[in-house]
Design a protein around this ligand. Structure first.
Ligand SMILES: [Zn+2]
Ligand SMILES: [Zn+2]
Length: 516
């Protein structure tokens, strides 16, 4: 009993017991088991510190009475916890004090039944040992409201984990969507995002093909000017969409198999068609040089008009080709001339075999160097504050320093002057141009003072067109399709011959074709 009183009166242990009482979630049986375990451990530690027989007996006593001590502590806790429901906290504290006093009294009365005579030495050993300090610490760990604290921590952790998982999932989903979008844009099945200060124009050609092109509006009203000029060129309605921060203005471009086949056959027909005889073509005289005269005699022949076209070149990077277009009177004839000019420079079959095609034809400003190489000043990114892809008014008729003929003259409020996609489509299919249309011919900068010559001192500045070339998706798709067709047919024939199973063989062939 004295031993029990020692643990019940300890100043450090009393607050811990109170905590246990206040913690209603603690199960008494579990508390008893844990405190018994602590007393046993405490007794083992005491053994390590014993120095004489009395101390040995003390450690033995604690070990033997571990169950008894833990049982009494739990009883005290349970009894007072029951009162807690009925009494105020102050009363509960008093109860602990009363109980301690009672136990103390009982301890005094039970002195005669002590297993050993506990003197000051005994108490000092049991209460001042290192093991007792360890016991206090472990009892504190036991008494602290660990379960509730752990539960709270777990809840917080779970919340954090959920947020982390949600964030990660959103990031991964965003990346997958981004990659998917990029792939669709790269393969031409999705429009690219519309950049700031740009206007997206969409239209459908008379052949049924749908187009999307972006233009830049430098001044207010530039977009409507562009739309009006595009409508005049195409002969159908053009819709303009302005840039918005809320939307990327991207639309899916659905495949059009019928138009794909038409494009492929048109391309093959152009390749295998014999070029027209020189007598039927508008004449191009590379040696012609006409200098501009301020006061032209009225009886002189009309000025030779030259179209300056920049093209990719294996030797020079980009080279300039100058052709006389004096005899050209309509846009259709202009594009027929351009097609013949391009084919004659590239070669009929080389163009097809290279799997490349003209993706766009741009109006450009360029610099011609003495060696014949050309530096093209592309509309994007060179035209920053205004579009300079057509010559300025000072160098266009009727200026006395005119070198070019075109209408309108630069700089423009919106650009480019004509969308490259429109020109590329007309280049591929001149039949889509309204028959007597001369809009493009009028806008095209035509040099009126002979061919442009580069000088050694400084490059010559010029205006003309540039052929943008890229992979021909239509022909590549056709090549892949034909390859799969041949392979599947070959497989079917071989399988039928070797296995004598015609139905199975062509079933597999059909599967290969469907997969392709
Ligand atoms: Zn068309
Ligand atoms: Zn421009």
């Amino acid at each position: 009993e004295k031993l029990l009183a020692l643990y019940q009166k300890d100043a450090d242990l009393i607050p811990l017991y109170r905590r246990v009482i206040e913690d209603t979630s603690r199960e008494p049986e579990r508390l008893r088991r844990n405190s018994k375990r602590l007393f046993k451990k405490y007794a083992r530690s005491l053994k390590g510190e014993e120095a004489d027989e009395l101390e040995f007996l003390a450690s033995q006593l604690v070990s033997l009475k571990a169950a008894f001590l833990s049982q009494h502590i739990v009883e005290v806790c349970v009894e007072i916890a029951a009162k807690l429901k009925k009494k105020t906290p102050q009363v509960v504290q008093d109860s602990i004090g009363d109980r301690e006093n009672e136990r103390n009294d009982e301890g005094e009365q039970a002195t005669s039944v002590d297993d050993i005579n506990c003197g000051d030495l005994f108490r000092e050993f049991v209460a001042s040992s290192i093991a007792f300090n360890t016991f206090r610490t472990e009892m504190a760990n036991l008494a602290l409201p660990k379960p509730s604290r752990t539960t709270k921590k777990v809840v917080v952790d779970k919340k954090d984990v959920m947020e982390y998982v949600q964030t990660k999932t959103a990031v991964i989903a965003g990346r997958i969507l981004h990659i998917l979008k990029e792939s669709l844009v790269a393969t031409g099945y999705l429009e690219p995002p519309l950049k700031p200060r740009m206007v997206r124009l969409r239209w459908e050609c008379r052949c049924g093909e749908r187009f999307t092109a972006d233009a830049r509006e430098y001044e207010a009203g530039g977009a409507s000017e562009l739309t009006a000029s595009a409508e005049a060129l195409i002969g159908s309605r053009v819709t303009a969409t302005l840039h918005s921060t809320n939307s990327s203005n991207q639309k899916l471009i659905l495949p059009q198999p019928r138009l794909w086949l038409q494009r492929v056959f048109a391309r093959l027909a152009t390749t295998f068609k014999r070029p027209p005889s020189p007598s039927t073509l508008p004449q191009h005289n590379p040696n012609t040089t006409v200098t501009h005269a301020p006061q032209e005699p009225p009886l002189q022949p009309p000025k030779l008009l030259h179209l300056l076209a920049c093209m990719r070149s294996a030797q020079l990077g980009k080279s300039l080709h100058q052709a006389s277009i004096a005899a050209i009177d309509t846009d259709r004839n202009l594009f027929r001339l351009l097609r013949d000019q391009f084919r004659s420079h590239r070669g009929r079959f080389c163009t097809l075999l290279s799997l490349k095609k003209v993706h766009g034809i741009s109006f450009v400003k360029f610099n011609l160097f003495a060696g014949g190489s050309v530096e093209v000043r592309h509309h994007s990114p060179c035209c920053e504050s205004a579009c300079e892809c057509i010559p300025p008014r000072a160098r266009v008729e009727p200026s006395h320093r005119a070198e070019y003929r075109c209408s309108p003259a630069g700089p423009l409020r919106g650009g480019p002057p004509v969308l490259p996609d429109i020109l590329a489509h007309f280049f591929a299919r001149p039949a889509c141009i309204p028959e007597h249309n001369v809009s493009i011919l009028n806008r095209l900068p035509k040099r009126i003072c002979g061919e442009l010559q580069g000088s050694a001192a400084e490059p010559a500045e010029g205006w003309g067109i540039y052929y943008q070339e890229g992979w021909d998706g239509d022909i590549i798709a056709m090549v892949v399709f034909v390859m799969f067709l041949v392979v599947s047919l070959l497989f079917g024939v071989l399988w039928a011959c070797l296995e004598m199973d015609v139905q199975g063989a062509f079933g597999v062939s059909a599967y290969i074709m469907t997969a392709s």
